[in-house]
Design a protein around this ligand. Structure first.
Ligand code: HAM
Length: 434
């Protein structure tokens, strides 16, 4: 047993796995560009108040899951690792005066998030999200644009059977009456409530329908639904969104119980699931509208909407459907430079350096071992070619061995990069090397 292991709820992504991540990161970057969402990078920790105010004090994320950093000095501000990116992006929107940019400001961010939750399959303490936000547009057309973008991401990633769960949770006009009704409902069932939920009933009753506690399932199923009590403006917004989704052929399933676990949401809320995997911890993405968040963090009232896709869960889902390996990229070097004289590492490094300068993925074997061992390692590396540095170098030539075809020929040093590049390209396009 090694002395140290990665912390519980965190993982090392090893080189055999990272090509899958690289592929999805490239797809995300490409789609963001195609749709006009520009990259932003916010810090991995913020003042804890950004999350307490933004996500909400009475949420699982802030109450139980925040990774708070120990203060360094007495006067330090309270900091926390980010549990999600939206609050930090809105903080940046305000800090950098993005209200004066043409609205909406379309932004995308990718990176690790941290939640101190109980680890299990698909639930980690450090996980990665692709997050997309449009700040400064009240919708509903932009809501549909974002939902269509998210479904395209899953589709182009190779995942099939993705369902969009959709709801509207109203706004400050229709929510107060609903909150009163919901409070009355749960008060009438006080004896059935677990302790935490009883406490939350008075502090933030909207968290109760979202509870993960199995003892709440039956009560929640019968609880009043906000969708039936939307004010005219919210109902009109929701109808507008649905009309736009129909026009874009984005299918969805209405889920009146979908409240989401963050306080900042208003009106549109949604989550993404793979059909047949709809458990609490199985959402592969989620998001919604947050028309009050900019104001909560100190700005003037500004609407916004966005989504976050869990990359870890997407990769798990792809592996389960068998779609991941078919599309994973190549990882091995194209050429490995080996040598008859194990001690002459300088010559091997020189040849490899020239190949790399010409844009070819090459590795030099720098171990002081026999040629046969060096060639074995090149095959294990899945290299296409071995470049053998031998006595012919005195005449300006190197041996180029095609490891897949088992052929070998002498090539002048100055032609090596061109020759390797040409043969590799021909091989990749499936033609027979001549
Ligand atoms: P969220 O639903 O909390 O929303 O997280 C979005 C996605 O991140 C989830 O659907 C899931 O795929 C993934 N995820 C969350 N927690 C974990 C975990 N512990 N382990 C693995 N994956 C996880 C948000 O974070 C909002 N900021 C989304 C948003 C953006 N709303 C508006 N804009």
């Amino acid at each position: 047993m090694p002395a140290f292991r990665a912390a519980r709820g965190t993982r090392d992504l090893l080189p055999d796995e990272t090509p899958r991540w690289t592929r999805l990161e490239r797809l995300a970057a490409d789609l963001a560009t195609r749709y006009g969402y520009r990259r932003i990078e916010t810090p991995m920790f913020e003042q804890a108040a950004v999350f307490e105010r933004g996500v909400g004090e009475v949420t699982d994320i802030v109450e139980k899951e925040l990774f708070r950093l120990a203060p360094r000095t007495d006067e330090s501000e309270a900091w926390s690792l980010r549990p999600e990116p939206t609050a930090g992006i809105v903080r940046a929107y305000l800090q950098h005066g993005m209200q004066t940019w043409p609205q909406p400001v379309r932004l995308a961010e990718r990176g690790p998030m941290f939640r101190y939750d109980r680890p299990q399959a698909g639930r980690y303490r450090q996980f990665s999200q692709w997050d997309v936000e449009a700040i400064g547009d009240a919708g509903p057309a932009i809501d549909a644009e974002l939902l269509e973008l998210a479904t395209r991401f899953y589709r182009e990633a190779g995942l099939t059977g993705v369902e969009v769960w959709l709801n509207s949770i109203g706004d400050q006009n229709c929510r107060p009456a609903f909150v009163a009704e919901l409070t009355a409902y749960y008060r009438a069932h006080l004896a059935e409530l677990p302790e935490l939920e009883r406490d939350r009933l008075e502090r933030n009753v909207l968290r109760l329908p979202d509870s993960k506690d199995p003892r709440m399932a039956a009560l929640n199923a019968a609880a009043p639904k906000l969708t039936d009590r939307l004010c005219d403006a919210c109902a009109e917004h929701f109808a507008g969104l649905r009309a736009h989704l129909d026009a874009l052929d984005v299918g969805y399933r209405l889920e009146p119980g979908l409240v989401r676990g963050l306080d900042y949401y208003t009106r549109t809320t949604f989550e993404f699931y793979v059909t047949g995997r709809e458990g609490q911890q199985q959402a592969i993405g989620g998001g919604g509208r947050y028309d009050g968040l900019v104001e909560l963090l100190g700005g003037r009232p500004t609407p916004g909407i966005g989504f976050g896709i869990g990359i870890d869960r997407l990769i798990l889902a792809l592996a389960e459907t068998g779609a991941a390996d078919a599309t994973a990229g190549e990882t091995g070097p194209v050429a490995v430079v080996v040598g008859a004289d194990p001690e002459d590492t300088a010559a091997r490094l020189r040849v490899a350096t020239d190949l790399r300068a010409a844009g070819i993925a090459a590795r030099a074997d720098l171990a002081h071992r026999k040629l046969g061992k060096q060639l074995e390692a090149a095959v294990r590396d899945r290299a296409h070619f071995a470049v053998i540095v031998g006595d012919e170098l005195a005449d300006g030539e190197l041996a180029l061995r095609d490891l897949a075809a088992g052929t070998q020929k002498l090539v002048p040093v100055e032609d090596l990069a061109r020759e390797v590049g040409r043969a590799h390209a021909a091989h990749r396009h499936g033609s027979i090397e001549g």
